[in-house]
Design a protein around this ligand. Structure first.
Ligand SMILES: *Cc1c(COP(=O)(O)O)cnc(C)c1O
Length: 450
């Protein structure tokens, strides 16, 4: 008790938490996690909770997995960090090879960074620079040429510089990734800081219309595959990804797929792109890449794009981008162990019956009158509540109920999210669903004493 209250006070004195109204944080009791074991989190008072959202969508094989711990320790004894700027390091090389092997065909080059947002920034900058370094001069209308030059175009060359993005998209919180985002609640205030992108509804017709109209100026389209996560687990139309691939080929536009949330087994396949047999030109990976142990991200691309950056030093075709901790050996060692566990423990195979179990058990929620819709893609679940004013924060109240019953969740507004570690057992999964059901059911009627 003593320990917790002191720590909590210190937290409240010194920390600023992400996506958190700190006034609420300061006014309420807070949980502090001390350790984890498999799918469980333990707070400083020894209470045990199922990690129902995989510590923000990252954990894959559970906490404190011996193989992962050992891989990190083993690397720790060799070296923790050395730079990729002008040097190579062992785990980053081995991992790059593995990533190329397991990702869709054609993605043969790996650029590392450390978060989903940076993976997206890198994808955008690569796409932007690619067209500058490959576009042949094109005749322009005189007035247009003047305008282009003023904007930095070079002597009669019009570059493809714009991005098509989807409504409700989420690609991270840095300025570039927010520029291609579409969630007003998070993004609106920063509008003056952002570059303009072409926002379209997430359907094939709207995308084709935009491409047809703007293809000469569009460098790339960026999208989350199959499901828009942070928007509230919104499922995209079936085959949209495949259709976008075809449209990108037709209109000569690069396809960037953001698999930050969906990658590493989350959807039931290693990557969501596999469901529709799509190979993007650029793919962003982060979250589950290290099994949820250390920050690491990768942006993969094709030889065609990579080759456009080759040239003599003085041609300045270099990709001038690099974060200090790029290719960190500890994180890469964790990522290698993560992939090894996928193989050794047959994670994807064992996941399939659990996905079916989820499908079946989630049916029960349809009986609850305060549930509007249940959305599922593999191990991604969104349970949307209905009938509550947004400012009542019912989603938040539901997860506090779940906490009392032994599960840690984090909602997206009034969408209750379930994203358990892939390693969760059927029994634990049932328990998590039971806790969630009871916590949602609790709000069928207003509680008696407020
Ligand atoms: C979480 C997420 C990001 C951002 O990743 P960070 O590591 O938080 O920067 C980007 N894209 C998608 C689809 C995500 O879910």
């Amino acid at each position: 008790m003593e320990k917790n209250s002191t720590l909590e006070q210190t937290d409240k004195q010194y920390l600023w938490h992400p996506f958190t109204q700190m006034k609420d944080w300061l006014e309420n009791d807070q949980l502090i996690i001390e350790r984890g074991d498999r799918v469980y989190l333990y707070d400083t008072e020894g209470n045990k909770y199922i990690d129902g959202v995989s510590s923000l969508w990252v954990n894959v094989h559970g906490h404190c997995h011996q193989k992962l711990n050992q891989a990190i320790k083993k690397q720790l004894e060799k070296i923790s960090h050395t730079t990729l700027l002008g040097l190579g390091n062992t785990p980053s090389i081995e991992l790059a090879k593995k990533l190329v092997e397991i990702t869709p065909k054609g993605l043969d080059k790996v650029f590392y960074s450390d978060s989903g947002s940076t993976a997206v920034e890198i994808a955008l900058k690569i796409a932007f620079q690619y067209w500058q370094q490959t576009s042949p001069p094109s005749p322009l209308h005189e007035m247009e040429r003047g305008a282009e030059t003023a904007k930095g175009g070079r002597g009669g060359v019009r570059f493809k510089t714009k991005f098509i993005t989807l409504a409700n998209a989420y690609h991270g919180d840095t300025i570039g990734s927010v520029s291609v985002g579409g969630i007003d609640l998070f993004h609106k205030i920063y509008k003056p800081l952002l570059f303009k992108s072409i926002k379209v509804k997430p359907n094939a017709k709207a995308i084709e219309t935009a491409m047809k109209k703007h293809h000469q100026e569009v460098a790339a389209i960026i999208m989350e595959p199959l499901i828009q996560g942070a928007a509230g687990m919104l499922l995209l139309p079936k085959d949209l990804l495949k259709k976008v691939r075809q449209l990108c080929n037709k209109y000569n536009i690069l396809m960037i797929v953001d698999e930050v949330a969906t990658g590493f087994g989350r959807t039931g396949q290693m990557f969501a792109c596999e469901h529709e047999k799509v190979s993007p030109d650029i793919m962003c990976l982060a979250k589950g890449i290290t099994g949820g142990y250390l920050p690491l991200a990768a942006t993969l691309t094709t030889p065609k794009i990579y080759n456009a950056f080759l040239g003599k030093h003085e041609e300045l075709k270099t990709f001038f981008h690099g974060h200090t901790y790029t290719g960190n050996p500890l994180a890469c060692a964790a990522a290698l162990a993560n992939l090894e566990i996928f193989q050794k423990e047959k994670t994807l195979k064992k996941l399939q019956p659990k996905i079916k179990l989820l499908q079946k058990e989630l049916q029960k929620f349809t009986k609850l009158k305060n549930v509007k819709e249940i959305r599922q893609l593999g191990f991604i679940i969104g349970i949307e509540l209905k009938g509550y004013p947004a400012n009542e924060r019912t989603g938040h109240k539901v997860i506090l109920e779940a906490r009392k019953r032994g599960a840690i969740l984090r909602p997206l507004g009034d969408v209750i999210v379930l994203m358990p570690p892939l390693s969760i057992s059927e029994k634990e999964l049932k328990k998590l669903l039971k806790i969630t059901f009871e916590s949602v059911e609790r709000f069928l009627q207003p509680p008696a004493n407020g």
